[in-house]
Design a protein around this ligand. Sequence first.
Ligand code: PMP
Length: 307
Amino acid sequence: MVQKAEKIWFDGKLVNWDDAQVHVLTHTLHYGAGVFEGIRAYCCVDGKSAVFRLKDHVVRLFDSAKIIGIKIPFTIDEIVDAIIETLKVNGLKEGYIRPLVFIGDGVMGVHPGSNPIRVAIATWPWGAYLGEEALEKGIRVKTSSFNRHHVNAMMTKAKACGNYVNSILAKVEAVTDGYDEALMLDTQGFVSEATGENIFIVKDNIIKTTPLTSVLPGITRASLMKVARDLGYEVVEQLFTRDELYIADEAFFCGTAAEVTPIREVDNRIIGEGKCGLVTKKLQKDYFNVVKGGNEKYSGWLDYYEI
Ligand code: PMP
């Protein structure tokens, strides 16, 4: 169960958590045309709190809306301020932030007409997405029987609500079959991403991730690419196949929720030594240090706030 906070920001006002309600004829509830973000705030090493790459997430929210054809009735700066306000009013020093843009009720039928565009921002405490043990020991993954979207079916550069039907199908299938997470291939058969994470592999100290052809442009992905390059690693964006993943030395998923989660097994094949690899461990440690304000070099990625 999500742990309730006191308030939710809804269409420009802070309302009580339990009062943030919608009508059953809410257009997005029926047809899935909405967009959202997932953002984390961390308690930093100096005791202050900071949101990681807040503006970048809000810009992606606006990009997602543009792709889906939704005009958000607020500015980027207004949403940024609203997120900080919501964290503060809820006294949340650390946690998860979920802005959601959706089409409200009015007309029915696929064309949303001039139904109102509504915006909500919820915040709540949220620990490790795949569990603390996953961060340490890694997870077991199964290639999904479902493909990630072809760009001309659903555009993956949008973090669109409806895209996640595909993710839910894959995730439920994987978990039902006894795995922790699903690996999704694109419609050509190349490795794409997981249900809510991008993927990296490491072979002979070269770090590889998929290009942005069929995946969400992850902010964690971009952050890790920068941190890894700054550490001197060679990082390439290149399509790869599932068998290249099977014989990688290391593999990991990354995302705001999943952070840096090592993969220890794919399709019942052990990856590397079947535990968190050395490069993965280093990047995971550095990532947590960066998001918690422990590395001055990346302080521009943090928006501090006081409770
Ligand atoms: N792919 C998908 C499908 C996702 O839902 C997410 C989580 N937003 C990611 C990748 C990772 O993106 P980010 O690092 O920006 O959270």
